[in-house]
Unconditional design. Sequence first.
Length: 278
Amino acid sequence: MNTTPSSQQESNPEEFGETAGLVDMAVFPQWIIFEDDDLLVLNKPGWLVCHPSKNGPLSSLVGAAREYLGADILHLVSRLDRETSGVVVLAKNKSAASAAQKAVDGKGCVKKKYIALLEGELEGTITISQPLADDKKSLVAIKTCCAIQKPSAKSALTIFNPVSISQSPDFPAATLAEVEIITGRKHQIRAHAQWMGHCVVADKIYGHDETLYLDFIDNGFTPDMAKVLPMKRQALHAYSMDFSKVFSPSHVFVAPLPADFKEFMASREIPIPDFLKG
């Protein structure tokens, strides 16, 4: 079963980050990719945190999902960073959570593919296997770095496959890439993209100036920030999760490209490949 929402209308809060708006429950049903007695699969927008926050239930994806279902407990099987949009899987009961979590954590059981907009022109498929560890030298406490020599480093494998290149002569080159992660480390795609010299577009931590992230946490998305970042959030989208090896009937959950991706691609004249149309 290939499950894709027929249409999705995104909430468009004026602010991203700590000052982002609350979930509009009238819009929430449009985020649903799949639902049965065990699972709720959502297309998370790129301004919303997954985990419950101090600002009430409608300030997080899990909180809004609980409100929608009238449930006290939901199990977050897969999560995304605040500024990453796309497929998030929640389980409605412990048995479904256990089965899905084991599949997600097991190597090769669930295929996870992302769509990323990368700086520069990526000429061919690149596989990055640099181990990752906390970046103790960074001003940003949550930052990860490629660290072959660190005992604490964890193995990480990411495959970047370019599918479309910008055509506009008026802007710096950019590449639309399909990204497959074989492991699931913190900030894996973003750290590997930085390491290979093709940062994710508008990444405040792994871009060219990590102090943008600190400024963003304190002040939100400012006019000065808009001068150096072409999007309000990092251009990373969890496009699909394939549970074919886990569930019967098989489930492939797909989240269509969000509006801000399409707007950026149009401005840079990046053709949308056929598999992302619709």
